[in-house]
Design a protein around this ligand. Structure first.
Ligand code: ZN
Ligand code: ZN
Length: 360
């Protein structure tokens, strides 16, 4: 089948090393995907720069936002050969108690590419066949527009995490048309969250400290965009309440999504709770915050985390991307796979305006 090229992490902060090896036939139940695109996530940066341990020993190929084409399949997965697919960032086993209860995203045997197995900073990756999300309408060209929206298979890679992760949180919140949805953080994950919520007919507010990001989400679904730099949580709450009142939107039961992964964002998100509110913790930080949990009691509110996304929810998110209600192109930037070390360094320096997608 020829050779693959991959970029392996050997040690924290050390440049990833390019390696070549033969593409092996996939093990039973697996497929080999020729990578079309692989998004670069904050989690990759945490492994590479911050020393967060990968579950698989190093050296390891990072990358868990993968789209591509099934180039080889084990006998039990032949039906997938030639199909365009999204590889979920969290691939449940499909058979354990958690999986049978619909909680596959916390399956103890889950496989997370670029963490449990080699990931997508490569030309090819071997992954389990079950859980793959098939992309309809693929004509064989990873750059060609798919369906009405004009999105390409390469760009769809970010569905595997940046889109599916807020989608699971939004789905769990029970968000409905007319509800207020607030995204605290309008970066990679929050920017897509805004669009997903708007696609469901919610009235969406976005908070961030970056005017560029706020301008982007204002064009793509946010009815209200607030730069919170230098503002107290109380002031932000007043400003959002005034907006909701003027827009004729509900003053209670807000669905609040913390997508900044910062302590300041978490404090702001918690301060926005109102009666019957839902707080989805989507972003991650190692920092701790001090909050009065009894506010949940007093407001009869719910706070819930979210890890990954069950494969069952991928097709509905994919539909929103294919029909153009969620636009990917304005929120991603392409980089050659060979520049992965430069991209990681730029991510550490917070220099990237959009989510990077590595293209082999
Ligand atoms: Zn990720
Ligand atoms: Zn399982």
């Amino acid at each position: 089948m020829g050779k693959l090229a991959a970029f392996e992490m050997h040690a924290v902060k050390e440049p990833l090393r390019r390696v070549e090896r033969e593409v092996a036939p996939p093990a039973a139940g697996n497929v080999v995907v020729r990578v079309a695109g692989c998004g670069v996530c904050h989690t990759d940066v945490s492994f590479w720069h911050d020393g967060v341990r990968t579950r698989h020993a190093l050296p390891l190929v990072l990358g868990h936002e993968i789209s591509g084409v099934v180039e080889d399949a084990s006998r039990d997965a032949e039906h997938l050969r030639g199909q365009a697919v999204i590889v979920p960032a969290v691939i449940p086993c499909g058979r354990c108690d958690a999986c049978r209860d619909g909680r596959g995203n916390i399956c103890p045997k889950q496989i997370f590419p670029g963490n449990d197995i080699h990931g997508g900073f490569a030309t090819h990756v071997e992954v389990p066949a079950h859980g793959l999300c098939v992309v309809p309408g693929f004509t064989g060209d990873a750059d060609a527009p798919l369906a009405r929206s004009g999105v390409s298979l390469r760009e769809l890679s970010v569905l595997a995490d940046a889109i599916s992760t807020p989608w699971q949180s939004i789905t769990r919140s029970g968000l409905r048309a007319g509800d207020v949805a607030v995204f605290v953080g309008a970066g990679g994950v929050g920017g897509f969250g805004v669009q997903l919520a708007a696609a469901l007919g919610a009235r969406v507010a976005a908070l961030d400290v970056d005017d560029g990001r706020l301008a982007a989400v204002r064009e793509h679904g946010a009815a209200c965009a607030v730069n919170v730099r230098g503002k107290s949580a109380k002031d932000v709450r007043k400003e959002l309440s005034a907006w909701a009142a003027s827009a004729g939107a509900p003053a209670t039961r807000w669905k609040i999504f913390e997508t900044s992964g910062t302590a300041a964002g978490q404090e702001t998100a918690f301060a926005l709770l109102n009666h019957g509110a839902y707080l989805g913790i989507v972003g991650f930080t190692m920092d701790t915050v001090s909050v009065r949990l009894s506010n949940l009691m007093a407001f009869d509110a719910r706070a819930e985390g979210t890890w990954g996304c069950v494969p069952d929810l991928y097709p509905s998110a994919l539909d929103l991307c294919l029909d153009g209600r969620v636009r990917i192109a304005p929120f991603v930037e392409r980089h050659p796979l060979a520049s992965v070390n430069d991209v990681l360094a730029a991510a550490v320096r917070h220099e990237l305006k959009r989510r990077p997608v590595l293209v082999p």
